[in-house]
Structure formats: C-alpha cells, structure tokens
Design a protein around this ligand. Structure first.
Ligand code: XMP
Length: 303
C-alpha cells in the first residue's frame, strides 16, 4: 500500500515539473479515478488545468451535479451537455463492442471541441494499474484508455496513478478529502453496457433509477460494485393487468481490482426490499432477478 501523503507530495511535484508552464486537459467521469487525478493535477497546475466533463446521458443519477459540486472551486471546469448526440450515435446499435466504439468516437469528438478552444499540450488521465492490464490484454475496448491521446494529439500524456490499485487510489482520494472516495466503480461507457441491445432513453431511465436503488440499499454491505441492468422484457401482473415489462438484473460483487470477482451473498430480506422498491418505483418493471455468477465465467458488466 502506498503512503498517501508522500504519494500526493511527490506526484504533485512531478506533474508540475512535467507540464511546466503549459496547459493540460483531463476528462472527468465523476468517478474516483478521474476525480483523484484531476485533484492532483489541479494542485500542481491550478487553472492551467481544464477538467472536461461530458454529460453523455449514460451516467449515474445525479452524476453531473456531483461533478459540479466536487469541482465547484475550479473555475476552468467545462461541462458539455452531449446527451442528445450520444443517443443519436447509439441509435440502432446493438453489438456491445460497436456500442463501446460509437461512444468512444463521440467522446473524442466532444473532447476535441474543447481541446481546440483551450490551448492545451498535455493530457492528464486517471488510468490505474488494472486498466492497463485489461487494455493490454484487449479484453475490452476501454474507451478511457484507448484512442483519445492519439486522435487529439498532445505533446505529453500524464498518468499520475498508473501504478496504483483501486484501494490505493481511494486512500489517496481520502487524503485529498474528495467526497467521491468511496464511490463504486462505474464503466466508461456507463449505462450503455447495462442495457442489453439497443440503447433507448426508456431503458436508460430504468437502469439509472434501479442502479440508484441498488447502490443505496447495498451501501452497508460494502460491495466492490453493485448495480442494476436491463435484460429484456417478460410478462408480469400489475394491478389487475398482465403487462409486458422490463426484466431487471441486480448484480453485487466483491473484488480487489475488478479482474476477478465473487457474486455477493445477500440476505433474503435485502433482496426482497430491493425487488419491491424497483418494481414499486417503476411502472414498467415486471421482474427483478439476482445474478449469482462469479467472474469468471461472467464479467462484472453485462456487455
Ligand atoms: P468486466 O465487466 O470486464 O469489468 O468484468 C471489470 C471492471 O471494469 C469496469 N468496466 C469498464 N470500465 N470502460 C471502463 O472504464 C469500460 O468499457 C468498462 N467495461 C467494464 C467494470 O465496471 C468493472 O469495474
């Protein structure tokens, strides 16, 4: 485990030295990795750092507000509302890797627009050790690692946390007093990989609301990650009517770094409370199922 105070001091000095008098950009996702990298870079560069948060519409409930709050003191923060554009490029796309690709491409376009306006020569990224391993093994096209630097063209890439594991990043985030330090990991392509098949506003809304319920109800069980995914439709009964409603899967896993994971053993009352909230709070959900599969053979996310 790193010594957080020492790491912060050394890393801030390193970033300041590397970037010198130049300007830098960072893509913020609202998660602990990019927020921590941004906080370190902001200490080193002040307003010569422009954090860019692209609201893709694929994020968790309240994410945009949470980013504004965490970086309220950073005048250079840019929030880009790109929700409609992401829905457009995802329209009709059903293949998981094609979805990731479409999201990655659109993300780069959004980022490029800001990069053109700000004369930045450095890119700061919140890449951590397990990201590099998964990316090198090309298990998935993690869009926060691939593509961006080559396409936008920077003189240098700064990855201050490239050798840290997630629990070490949290330790650093705690030392920096970041309110997001304990947040569960969230995939770059967001809710798009938590709705099977085509991404629609309706499915996104179900996945977003149900994920908020699952995260809140399971916080005390301290999982590595807990969320809901929209699988498809099935028959149910609501009131006196048979309905064809969404099937929502609840997933909660324990892990150290996301590379392997165990499905969490939850008690029946907890599961029933989650089920009754999700079906009760959303008219269009007919069924809730609990995923008991470890990784391997399953992945954590559904796509
Ligand atoms: P899987 O689903 O591959 O997930 O078992 C392992 C960890 O990585 C996250 N994940 C992603 N993160 N871009 C990301 O930034 C992605 O495309 C992506 N896919 C999965 C996942 O949430 C889990 O923590």
């Amino acid at each position: 485990m790193v010594d957080a105070e020492e790491f912060i001091e050394e890393t801030v000095a390193e970033i300041a030295e590397r970037v010198g008098e130049e300007r830098a950009l960072i893509a913020l996702s609202g998660g602990v990795d990019s927020s921590t990298a941004a906080a370190l870079a902001y200490e080193a560069l002040g307003d010569r750092l422009t954090p860019v948060y692209v609201d893709t519409g694929l994020m968790r409930a309240g994410e945009t507000d949470s980013v504004r709050e965490t970086f309220a003191h950073v005048d250079s923060l840019r929030v880009v509302d790109a929700r409609d554009r992401f829905l457009d490029v995802l329209s009709g796309v059903t293949d998981p890797e094609e979805k990731r690709h479409a999201i990655g491409e659109q993300f780069i376009r959004e980022f490029e627009t800001v990069a053109d306006e700000v004369d930045a020569t450095y890119l700061v990224q919140g890449t951590i050790y397990p990201d590099r391993i998964e990316s090198e093994g090309s298990i998935k096209a993690h869009h926060n690692v691939g593509g961006l630097p080559e396409r936008v063209g920077f003189d240098g890439i700064v990855e201050p946390m490239r050798d840290l594991y997630k629990d070490e990043v949290r330790e650093v985030a705690r030392s920096l007093d970041l309110s997001v330090s304990e947040r569960m990991p969230f995939p770059g392509p967001g809710l798009a990989v938590r709705v099977l098949g085509e991404v629609t506003e309706e499915k996104l809304a179900v996945a977003r609301d149900a994920t908020a319920v699952v995260e809140a109800e399971l916080e005390a069980d301290d999982p590595w990650q807990a969320f809901a995914a929209v699988l498809g439709k099935a028959t149910g009964v609501k009131g006196d009517n048979r309905v064809h409603g969404w099937v929502v899967a609840v997933r909660s896993v324990e892990s150290r770094d996301g590379m392997t994971a165990r499905a969490q053993e939850l008690d029946w009352e907890t599961l029933q409370r989650i089920q009754s909230r999700i079906t009760g709070e959303n008219e269009t959900v007919a069924r809730v199922v609990y995923d008991v599969t470890h990784k391997p053979p399953a992945t954590i996310e559904y796509e």
